[in-house]
Design a binder for this molecule. Structure first.
Ligand code: HPA
Ligand code: MG
Length: 220
């Protein structure tokens, strides 16, 4: 039941809930790069659905931010595609309304996963001086939120909002959830739409579940 699984966040909804028994779509029904044949189990979230959901998140964000300037902090690498598409949608909404928000885009790089496992050490690479955040509203895309939020809060922005495309139902959740969530998904390792497995699959448009043979093929 969607109501049971949806966790209330600061945003207007907790994301589209994908249940544990969702099998995904057969790969036969979609196009995807030939070099990944055999490496995937199913199409979990088609690219078009991601885009439609992102458009709605952009509208929610615009509605909530009032007249603040936006400083976007994109979390690389996995967040780049979502961030780029979200920014495009915000720009499009802004063009078509009187309510325009000046926006700058910045990047930070985090790395914590090897194979499909999270490692203890989270590396923050790049954007060491975040002083540009002072007095701004932030939309942050990506994961490993808690550490990053502490880092960002130190610069005392007026408002911090986090947008995450995916929230996983994991047993050891930090309880720290984005304000804007695209989808709430089961605890499965997914790839595509810039999400990687050891740097592979970022060039896949759909979000897919990797197959066991795919995991073996690209294991380090
Ligand atoms: N896919 C890719 N990267 C990730 C995932 C995932 O499911 N979870 C955390 N980092
Ligand atoms: Mg990764």
């Amino acid at each position: 039941m969607a109501e049971d699984l949806t966790i209330q966040t600061g945003g207007k909804d907790g994301g589209i809930v994908i249940n544990d028994d969702w099998p995904g779509y057969s790969l036969e029904l979609f196009n995807y790069p030939k070099h990944y044949s055999g490496d995937l189990e199913c199409v979990y979230i088609p690219h078009g659905v991601i885009m439609d959901r992102t458009e709605r998140l952009a509208r929610n964000i615009m509605g909530d931010l009032g007249d603040h300037d936006i400083v976007v902090l994109c979390v690389l690498k996995a967040g780049y595609q979502f961030c780029a598409d979200l920014v495009e949608r915000i720009k499009a909404l802004s063009r078509n309304s009187d309510h325009t928000l000046p926006m700058s885009v910045n990047f930070i790089r985090l790395k914590s996963y090897v194979n499909d496992q999270s490692t203890e050490d989270l590396h923050i690479v790049g954007a060491e001086d975040l002083s540009f955040l002072t007095g701004k509203a932030i939309v942050d895309t990506g994961k490993t939120m808690k550490t990053l939020l502490k880092h960002v809060e130190a610069f005392r922005p007026k408002m911090i909002k986090v947008a995450g495309l995916l929230v996983k139902r994991v047993p050891n959740s930090s309880g720290c959830l984005p304000d804007y969530v695209g989808f709430e998904i089961p605890n499965r390792f997914v790839v595509g739409y810039a999400l990687d497995y050891n740097e592979y699959f970022r060039d896949l448009n759909h979000i897919c579940v990797i197959s066991e043979s795919g995991k073996l093929k690209y294991k380090v």
